[in-house]
Write a new protein. Structure first.
Length: 148
């Protein structure tokens, strides 16, 4: 049996395991250990799959994509974001769809794919416009501003 926070640790399932993996990932990223941060995020994705929790899997995939993007692995980040977006579209969460389109636009722009980036940015804006200004529907915590 491994130490707490090590791959293969037994006994942390469900929401507690997801919070633990997410927290450990953040801790590793702050300390500059990108590889270990990604390991913990991979665990979150796998746990969300085992729990059949697509909404949590979308969030875990997005966080993993952001970690890969921050590490300069843009192609992998794009793949993960596309997977998260496809899954999110089956769930009908328009806020997260808009945020994922926005994140994907940033990654594609960074990869030099300007036309595709603009298409995803337009989709993000269109979805946000559809959602409107209903104060009960706004979820600003899911948006992450990224510099172009």
């Amino acid at each position: 049996m491994g130490r707490l926070g090590q791959p293969g640790v037994v006994g942390f399932e469900g929401a507690h395991g997801l919070r633990l993996s997410s927290g450990l990932s953040l801790s590793r990223r702050v300390r500059g250990d990108q590889a270990r941060a990604r390991e913990h995020l991979e665990q979150s994705v796998q746990l969300a799959e085992r729990l059949n929790a697509p909404d949590i899997r979308v969030a875990a995939l997005n966080n993993l994509a952001l970690a890969y993007g921050a590490g300069g692995e843009i192609v992998r980040a794009i793949e993960l974001t596309q997977t998260a977006l496809e899954l999110c579209q089956t769930q009908g969460d328009r806020h997260r769809q808009a945020a994922l389109h926005n994140n994907l636009a940033d990654l594609l722009h960074h990869a030099g794919q300007t036309e595709s980036a603009m298409e995803h940015l337009k989709q993000a804006v269109a979805i946000f416009a559809e959602i409107g200004e209903d104060p009960g529907a706004l979820q600003p915590e899911i948006w992450k501003l990224v510099e172009w």
